[in-house]
Design a protein around this ligand. Structure first.
Ligand SMILES: [Zn+2]
Length: 306
């Protein structure tokens, strides 16, 4: 089975994770721009971060045969640093139009402050203007109210729910999110967000339509194999294979494919892996390690026969 993990912070993960994810069946993943643990204090560090997720990280994933996409945005936590936020808002449009950017996100509320609200709204306008999907981060504290409020504001700004993925749902929020017509994503994140047994129960109860599973793996204790493990558990517990395919692959593609940046051909006929390749002079290889080099498939373009 092929999987898409539509919420991963690979910048904080190791090459072992990439190898394990590829082996588990992950063919594509999405890296949302987010908080990196340590607060950023200059717009310059933001520029470098965004450049990394559209550039180097994309290259790194490709070296393990995984297609990498990302979302661009100012996260809710750092929206509370107004000077930084103003600078970031200025640079977002030029990053949002780069190759492989499938949404504005992850944006929304953290503590639900006035500044968070201000930059959330400005970024919804940006998504509307650029006709990009939106990935919503729902708050950990006061989640139910924060989720409802996010959807109210989205609707106030005239974005159709079909263009918006509400992420980090749980049993408390799922019904309203689906009833209002949004994509409902669930992060299989140990201890804090959602375990995969609970996830399987949700799929049984609500069905697979507009439901998306992701790992949200990041710099915290998290599980990069969250999507594959959930798929396996769901099959084991009798969820039909087609439902598993929808929640672990197709729905993410349909939601983020609306950007025009993510297509099945990207991984069905991918470029061959060649770990001898460099990105701005840098390789993922270290001394003594044999590079993986796949033979490219035969194409009609090479007409000369020697
Ligand atoms: Zn995240």
């Amino acid at each position: 089975m092929m999987f898409i993990d539509p919420h991963t912070h690979m910048i904080s993960r190791t090459t072992n994770d990439y190898e394990a994810m590829a082996k588990s069946g992950v063919v594509a993943l999405i890296e949302p721009a987010f908080w990196i643990g340590q607060p950023r204090t200059y717009v310059g560090t933001y520029i470098d971060y965004l450049s990394t997720i559209v550039g180097w990280e994309r290259f790194r994933a490709g070296q393990f045969g995984i297609r990498h996409y990302c979302t661009i945005g100012l996260n809710s936590k750092e929206a509370n640093n107004q000077e930084l936020a103003e600078g970031v808002m200025e640079i977002l449009p030029r990053f949002a139009l780069k190759d492989g950017v499938v949404a504005i996100g992850e944006i929304g509320y953290d503590e639900q402050t006035e500044l968070e609200d201000r930059y959330f709204r400005l970024q919804l306008d940006l998504a509307k203007e650029l006709e990009l999907p939106v990935m919503i981060h729902t708050p950990h504290r006061d989640k139910k109210r924060g989720t409802t409020r996010s959807m109210d504001v989205i609707e106030e700004h005239g974005l159709p729910p079909t263009q918006v993925v509400i992420d980090h749902n749980n049993e408390e929020t799922v019904r309203e999110v689906l009833d209002r017509g949004y994509w409902a994503a669930f992060s299989i994140y140990p201890s804090t967000k959602m375990g995969n047994e609970r996830m399987v129960e949700i799929v049984r109860q609500y069905g697979p339509e507009r439901v998306i599973v992701d790992s949200a793996c990041d710099w915290g204790i998290s599980e990069p194999l969250g999507v594959a493990k959930t798929a396996k558990l769901a099959l084991q517990r009798g969820v039909p294979e087609e439902h598993v395919r929808l929640i672990c692959y197709q729905n993410a593609l349909d939601a983020y494919g609306q950007s025009g940046q993510m297509r099945e051909e990207d991984w069905l006929s991918p470029p061959a892996i060649d770990q001898r390749t460099l990105y701005e002079g840098n390789s993922i290889l270290r001394g003594g390690r044999e590079p993986v080099v796949e033979e490219p498939a035969r194409t009609m373009e090479e007409l000369v026969i020697q």
